[in-house]
Design a protein around this ligand. Structure first.
Ligand code: ZN
Length: 210
């Protein structure tokens, strides 16, 4: 009797989600797939052997990608990154000082609107300022939205972003120590060096007093 045996890799889906497929050029569903080698007998997998790695596969075009592709932002995340980043920076600056100043609040609302949240207003700002006083609120988390933004901003755009935040702090007068600290923190989360941050902050201060 002839015995036919061999090896075969079988994949199963262990998760799914949305990612940016470079082949399709858009946000698509993906399947997270894990493989395992099987010993086959008469083409039937009978004995599971070692794991054969994991990958992500586009549900539309079928292109497989390494797992690292999931660390890249989707098109929707990139679009949301600027308003989310500006919002986080504006709340951070106002919490450092000027939350009760009409001019500083106006400046913050204009910055958030200009970044894409067209209907952001006084009552939304009030809600965010009181909510962000409690730990765990998104307003407390500066790192996540700014890091997500940083990967898509060129250096001049980061400087523009920081200057926008500094102008919120300057709207009610000179920067306080807390406001200066907040501006440096924003710069650091944007990947700027302390020297770059100092340059942008002092240029913005000179522009405001001129
Ligand atoms: Zn695709």
């Amino acid at each position: 009797m002839l015995i036919i045996f061999g090896l075969r890799v079988l994949y199963r889906t262990i998760g799914q989600g949305t990612f940016h497929c470079q082949r399709c050029g858009g946000d698509r569903e993906y399947r997270h797939r894990a493989g395992r080698r099987f010993f086959t007998l008469f083409f039937v997998p009978v004995i599971p052997l070692s794991k054969a790695g994991e990958h992500v596969q586009c549900a539309v075009c079928g292109t497989p990608y390494r797992m690292e592709v999931l660390s890249l932002p989707t098109a929707a995340q990139m679009q949301a990154a600027l308003p989310a980043g500006m919002w986080a920076a504006a709340i951070t600056m106002l919490r450092a000082g000027g939350a009760s100043s009409a001019r500083a609040r106006r400046r913050a609302i204009d910055a958030v609107r200009g970044a894409g949240l067209a209907d952001y207003d006084e009552s939304a700002l009030d809600g965010d300022l009181s909510a962000s006083a409690s730990p765990g609120h998104p307003g407390q988390d500066l790192a996540t939205p700014l890091n997500r933004l940083t990967i898509q901003l060129a250096v001049p755009a980061r400087e523009w972003f920081l200057a926008e935040a500094v102008r919120i702090g300057l709207a009610d007068g000179m920067l306080s120590d807390d406001e200066r600290h907040a501006a440096r923190e924003i710069a650091a989360q944007l990947g700027m060096t302390p020297a770059q941050a100092r340059g942008v902050i002092s240029m913005t201060e000179e522009g405001a007093s001129a």
